[in-house]
Design a protein around this ligand. Structure first.
Ligand SMILES: Cc1cc2nc3c(=O)[nH]c(=O)nc-3n(C[C@H](O)[C@H](O)[C@H](O)COP(=O)(O)OP(=O)(O)OC[C@H]3O[C@@H](n4cnc5c(N)ncnc54)[C@H](O)[C@@H]3O)c2cc1C
Length: 185
């Protein structure tokens, strides 16, 4: 959960223009699902042109994980917290999802419609040769393709639990050392 002192609807198109005209009388409590087990997302190449961005589909929420119910529980918890003294005296009105949205089904609908993600990861996971879904080995080498390594957030086998930049730096340092060692430097 992160608390943000303005109205924050996620990192969407136009976010930076929007932030510069911030909404100081708002408080946003951002629920972050840091331990998602969802691995249904896809990254697809759309064309042979390497400058074309790929089609990325997060496919958030599906029947194989309990992300949706946890998000709804978080939302209910935050609502309870803000409706209790001393915080309640600072809250004039709940804007989103709105105090009239109370049933589990409606809260689920709200989460489905408004959830967003900016920590996409794990599309080319590292793993042993016994793991058919593993794309790279422990040195970042792409299996069955010579002279190709991947060193970025895609190689993590599972979402790392919080903000990813530091773990990526650590993995990058380690894999850069492997490359230097390989070439005797
Ligand atoms: C809006 C937003 C806010 C975020 N806030 C945080 C935060 O506060 N803390 C945190 O820990 N994480 C944050 N993240 C997540 C974090 O930025 C990413 O998880 C991280 O940068 C991923 O690292 P990466 O090295 O895998 O890829 P990237 O950082 O995306 O690096 C990929 C690089 O490859 C380059 N590139 C792409 N294609 C080519 C090509 N064809 N040829 C040459 N170069 C190419 C790109 O220009 C880019 O520099 C945020 C992400 C977003 C989108």
């Amino acid at each position: 959960m992160t608390v943000i002192p303005f109205r924050f609807n996620g990192f969407r198109a136009g976010f930076f223009e929007y932030v510069s005209s911030a909404t100081p009388n708002y408080l946003t409590v951002n629920n972050v699902e840091t331990h998602s087990k969802n691995n249904m997302g896809t990254v697809e190449i759309k064309s042979q042109d390497p400058f074309q961005i790929p089609l990325i589909q997060f496919q958030l929420f599906n029947e194989h994980d309990d992300d949706l119910s946890r998000m709804v529980q978080n939302l209910q918890y935050v609502r309870k917290l803000l409706n209790r003294k001393p915080l309640s005296k600072y809250i004039e009105e709940e804007v989103s999802p709105g105090s009239n949205v109370t049933s589990t089904a409606d809260l689920e609908e709200h989460v489905r419609k408004n959830a967003w993600g900016h920590h996409g990861c794990c599309s080319a996971k590292m793993g042993s040769s016994a793991d058919k879904m593993a794309v790279v080995d422990s040195k970042g080498r792409v299996r069955n393709i010579k002279n190709l390594r991947i060193i970025d957030i895609s190689i993590f086998p599972i979402a790392m639990g919080w903000f990813p930049t530091l773990p990526i730096y650590l993995a990058s340092e380690k894999l850069a050392d492997d490359i230097a060692t390989h070439y005797g430097r």
